[in-house]
Every structure is written in structure tokens, then in C-alpha cells.
Write a protein that binds this ligand. Structure first.
Ligand SMILES: NC(=O)C1=CN([C@@H]2O[C@H](COP(=O)(O)OP(=O)(O)OC[C@H]3O[C@@H](n4cnc5c(N)ncnc54)[C@H](O)[C@@H]3O)[C@@H](O)[C@H]2O)[C@@H](O)CC1
Ligand SMILES: Nc1ncnc2c1ncn2[C@@H]1O[C@H](COP(=O)(O)OP(=O)(O)O)[C@@H](O)[C@H]1O
Ligand SMILES: [K+]
Length: 516
């Protein structure tokens, strides 16, 4: 199994600029702004407004994003709507393409306003063409003044908002909000997908995302380094259907090291997740003084003293961290885990201990077998010796740095989790929701990953499938419960098991013959 190479690429702002510049150097350069504006107007007409006769408010900014807005305004007006354009720039100082688009808007009798018209006029749609990928992301310059007021005003309207290219105020590379951002119903993005649409505040600001690639044909398009982790990709890395002639050894052994006093639940959750996602055998080594000898509601789990984990028949995956704690007692166990020769998943306090003890960090980066690190943003900050805010301001970069520093597979968790492979390839997860913001869901993710490794998936496959499946399980729960309140980590396990079975056995249950 190889991770499919037809996955959807995601491009940084620099890569999008490179594509634009290469297109401009073609013998017959495409008129990209005209194409972008027309494509967006068609989506708005066909998918949102569904016909003419609408009142539309268009916000146009000082750069080429404003140019796109003028083109959209012109088409929607020509197609029988009443369009009001509010323009914040200086008509003489806009870039050349935008100037042409503004002139074309004037040529059909269009007008511009300097402010959103007062009064209780009701709009059928607001088009946001204030800022696109040209938003200044270098100095964290916030949006202020009239642009801020306009964004505030339209966000408060109960009107659908369509963002052109990216919601204004959202960083295309990092998903950060620069002071304030448009909360769009629909984002029509041009040329390529951008990371900021999918991580940090991106999922909250973008609404539905539609890509219009503008059909740019380049002789040497840039090689993507980032892809979307979506349903299509997840379906390409499923474990195979089970052979009839199998036994528990076929589906591998997972062990979990953690569960100090007061935190045994974390290790139990990881163990239950590993069991329910299909591992053949699951062992737990609990550090707690009075560790229970058995989990009575999950007696299939094999509870052992931690030392026994290292004497077991070959392990396919060792998970260290859930409920491990940061005591002096935990340290030697972590050290032992780092020297193991099976695939290792390092989670929770194991990450915190590595951040505090440089010999452990060294051992980690020198491991021969594969290692997957699963930090949430605060754990990532400790590993990088920085603050959580700094990690969140550039999640893409933080994930890459950790992967490179420790030569590991990484998932940087949180809204729009970022998976990074040791070579630097990144995948942006599109599943999941805030119902997951509850204790224990990270332990469940680690257990799910371990189960997939035990069943034969490679570390990159197990990482990507577990992250997507975990979010998809939470999405399914939310649909069934009509909201996001009160899901508990154990419920993610049940939903994930159901989904995985549906995906693997979508063509029926192989090997089971109907009764005659
Ligand atoms: N260049 C091209 O070939 C194409 C560009 N397109 C559009 O052009 C956009 C990029 O255009 P630009 O590079 O002109 O950039 P934008 O139009 O996104 O923004 C740049 C303008 O915003 C101002 N600005 C930046 N940060 C600000 C802040 N925090 N507060 C206030 N003002 C701020 C800048 O001074 C500049 O005037 C894309 O997102 C896309 O919408 C599309 O038409 C497709 C083709
Ligand atoms: N708002 C959210 N949107 C999407 N996923 C989320 C959100 N909040 C939390 N999650 C996911 O839930 C899990 C939480 O993990 P973690 O913080 O380690 O929890 P714990 O340590 O309690 O097990 C991660 O997989 C994270 O990506
Ligand atoms: K915009």
C-alpha cells in the first residue's frame, strides 16, 4: 500500500505567487483575475443565489483581491442583480489588473460607495473581496479602521457571506486571525488550496470551501509539499479485509506504558481504543502504586507490571505516555521505551519529560525504529522550547520543526491537526470538531494509531488514517446528537470502530457465505 499520489495538494502563499508568476510568463498569459471573478460569480449564481433579482453587497479592498471583487460585481450585475460596491482603496493606486477591473465595472455603469450604505436595507449576499493572500502576514499587522468596521458590520448581518480566495483577515499560510476576520458561509479559493483555510481559525472562518484552479497549464508546476487529509485520502489507506484463516497473532500486539496514580484512566482509554480498533492483543503496564489487576468492564485488556511489557512476545507497537505523569519513577520507564526496537508512539507526559531532559531527547532522535509524536500545542511548545501562542501562530512550521528536530512522524493536534512525516511532507486534517475538546480524546487517538500499526499499516498510513478516522468519528457523533456538547472519549472509540468497519467492508463481508 502506498499513500495515493493523487491526493489534493495545498500550497503556501509563496508557491501560489510562483504559479501566478509562471503563468504571467507564458506565451499567452491567462487573464487570471477575469477568470477568477467569472468562476466565483458562477458559483455564487448557481450554488447560492440560484437565479437573478438579488440585492448584493460587494466589499472591495485596495489590492488584487479587490480586483476580483470588481469582476464578480460586474458579472452579477450583468446577470440581473442589483450590486452595491463599497471600495476602500484609492482608484489611482490599485494594482494594474484591479484598475482594469474597476474601469470595466464603471464601463457598465457601476458605481462605488466609500461606506456600507446606512439604513435597514437587506442584502441577499455579501461578497468579501477586501484582502486575499496579500494580507501582511510578516509582522502580524492587524486589520484596523474602516476595514475592521466593515468586517464587524457584515459578520453581524444574518446574510450569507462569500469570501473571495480567503476570508479577509485570515492568514493564508497560518490560519491566524489578523485582528479580525470575515466569517464566511462560502469561500471560493483560486489557483490552489491554502493551509490557512484548514488549520487553527481557518475551519471557523471559511464555511464551505470551493476550489477554482483557473485551469492554469504550466510546463513545470511547483512540486507540492503539503496535501489535504480528507475522506478520499483516508479511503486509500484502509487495512485490508480480514482473511478467513486468521488468528489473534495476525492482528498484532500493542502495549501501553503509563497510568500513574490518579491517571490510570488515560492508559485504560488508550488500551480500549487499541482493542476496539482491531489489535489482536493489548497489554497495559500501569505505573500506579495500587494499579488494578484487571479492568472489569474491559477484561480483554491484559494488565501487567510495567517491567513485563519488555519481556513480551514481539510487540508491533508500544505507546508511552497516557497518564505516565512526570515523576522520577516515570523517567527510567520512558528511557527504556525509547530504546525499544518496535514502532513507538510518544504521547502526553512522555513528551513533557523529553522536553525537560535532553538525554531523552537525544535518545529519541537516535532511535532506529519509527517513532510517532502526538503533541497538542502546549506539548509542542515545550518540545520546541517556546510558548503555545508561538506554536499556534505558525502551526505548519511547528509541526515541521518537531519532525525534523527529532526525526519523527508528528501530529500537531487541535483544530486542523497537522501530520508531518520525517522527510517534511505535511497533511492537513479536515475531519473533527470541538466536541473532541474533552479529556481523554488524545489517549484514544494514540490507542487507535497503535491498533492500526499492529494490523500492518506503516507508521505514515496509521498516523493519517487514525487522525482522520478520529475526527470523522466525532463528526458522526455530532450528527447523531444534533450538537457538540457532552461527547466523551469512550464514545469516540465506539463511533470509530463503526466507521472503520463501514469503510473496510463497504463491499460486503468477504468470506461469509449466505445461509442456504
Ligand atoms: N496576481 C494574480 O495573478 C491573481 C491574484 N488574484 C487575487 O489577488 C489576491 C492577491 O492580491 P494582492 O497581492 O494585491 O493582495 P491583496 O489584495 O490580498 O491585499 C493587498 C493589499 O492589502 C493591503 N494590506 C495588507 N495587509 C493589510 C492589513 N493588515 N491592513 C490593511 N491593509 C493591508 C496591502 O497594502 C495591499 O494594498 C489573491 O488573493 C486573489 O484574490 C486573483 O485575481 C487570481 C490572479
Ligand atoms: N476544536 C477541535 N477541533 C478538532 N479537533 C479537536 C478540537 N479540540 C480537540 N480536538 C482533538 O481532540 C484530541 C485532544 O487531544 P489531547 O489534547 O491530547 O487530549 P487528552 O490529553 O485529554 O487525551 C486531539 O486529537 C485534538 O486534535
Ligand atoms: K477575501
Amino acid at each position: 500500500m502506498q499513500i495515493m499520489d493523487t491526493a489534493d495538494p495545498v500550497f503556501s502563499t509563496a508557491e501560489i505567487r510562483d504559479i501566478e508568476q509562471q503563468a504571467a510568463r507564458l506565451p499567452k498569459p491567462p487573464r487570471l483575475m477575469e477568470k477568477a471573478g467569472l468562476a466565483a460569480a458562477q458559483v455564487i449564481r448557481d450554488q447560492l443565489l440560484k437565479g437573478p433579482g438579488h440585492q448584493i453587497l460587494v466589499l472591495a479592498g485596495p489590492g488584487n483581491n479587490g480586483g476580483d471583487a470588481f469582476v464578480v460585481a460586474r458579472y452579477l450585475q450583468e446577470w440581473g442583480n442589483t450590486v452595491t460596491v463599497v471600495f476602500g482603496g484609492d482608484g489611482n493606486r490599485v494594482p494594474p489588473d484591479a484598475k482594469q477591473a474597476l474601469q470595466a465595472w464603471f464601463n457598465i455603469g457601476g458605481d462605488i460607495c466609500a461606506e456600507i450604505p446606512d439604513g435597514d436595507r437587506s442584502w441577499d449576499a455579501v461578497i468579501d473581496g477586501l484582502f486575499g493572500i496579500g494580507l501582511d502576514q510578516s509582522q502580524h499587522r492587524p486589520i484596523e479602521g474602516k476595514y475592521r468596521e466593515w468586517i464587524e458590520a457584515v459578520n453581524q448581518m444574518a446574510t450569507p457571506i462569500v469570501a473571495l480566495d480567503i476570508p479577509s483577515g485570515l492568514g493564508s499560510d497560518d490560519g491566524c486571525i489578523y485582528g479580525i476576520a470575515i466569517h464566511a458561509t462560502l469561500t471560493i479559493t483560486f489557483i490552489g488550496l491554502k493551509p490557512g483555510l484548514f488549520t487553527h481559525s481557518g475551519p471557523e472562518c471559511c464555511g464551505t470551501i470551493v476550489l477554482r484552479d483557473l485551469d492554469i497549464q504550466l510546463p513545470a508546476p511547483p512540486e507540492p509539499h503539503t496535501w489535504l487529509l480528507n475522506h478520499k485520502l483516508a479511503q486509500s489507506i484502509l487495512p485490508p479485509v480480514r482473511r478467513a484463516n486468521s488468528h489473534k497473532g495476525t492482528f498484532g500486539n500493542v502495549a501501553i506504558l503509563g497510568g500513574s496514580t490518579g491517571m490510570t484512566g488515560a492508559a485504560l482509554l488508550a488500551g480500549r481504543a487499541a482493542l476496539h480498533l482491531g489489535a489482536g492483543r493489548v497489554y497495559l503496564g500501569l505505573l500506579a502504586d495500587n494499579a488494578p489487576p484487571v479492568d472489569f468492564s474491559q477484561p480483554e485488556l491484559m494488565l501487567r507490571p510495567p517491567s513485563e511489557l519488555f519481556t513480551l512476545a514481539p510487540l508491533n507497537c508500544l505507546i508511552v505516555g497516557p497518564g505516565l505523569g512526570q515523576s522520577a519513577e516515570a523517567l527510567p520507564w520512558l528511557e527504556k521505551a525509547l530504546t525499544s526496537d518496535c514502532t513507538l508512539i510518544v504521547d502526553a507526559d512522555a513528551l513533557n519529560l523529553i522536553a525537560q531532559h535532553s538525554p531523552l531527547a537525544k535518545k529519541l532522535s537516535q532511535r532506529n525504529a519509527s517513532t510517532i509524536l502526538t503533541p497538542h500545542p502546549a506539548e509542542a511548545a515545550r518540545l520546541l522550547n517556546t510558548g503555545t501562542a508561538a506554536v499556534q501562530q505558525n502551526r505548519m512550521n511547528a509541526a515541521l520543526q518537531i519532525a525534523q528536530q527529532f526525526n519523527c512522524y508528528v501530529v500537531l493536534k487541535g483544530a486542523g491537526s497537522i501530520c508531518c512525516l520525517p522527510g517534511g511532507k505535511r497533511y492537513l486534517n479536515t475531519s473533527g470538531n470541538p466536541a473532541l475538546s474533552t479529556a481523554g480524546t488524545g489517549d484514544v487517538l494514540a490507542g487507535m494509531m497503535g491498533a492500526l500499526i499492529a494490523q500492518g499499516l506503516k507508521p505514515d498510513q496509521a498516523l493519517l488514517l487514525a487522525v482522520y478516522l478520529h475526527g470523522a468519528a466525532a463528526n458522526r457523533w455530532v450528527q447523531q446528537h444534533h450538537g457538540m456538547v457532552g461527547m466523551v472519549a469512550s464514545e469516540v472509540i465506539a463511533e470509530a470502530r463503526l466507521l472503520l468497519n463501514e469503510w473496510v467492508y463497504r463491499n460486503g463481508i468477504n468470506g461469509v457465505k449466505p445461509l442456504l
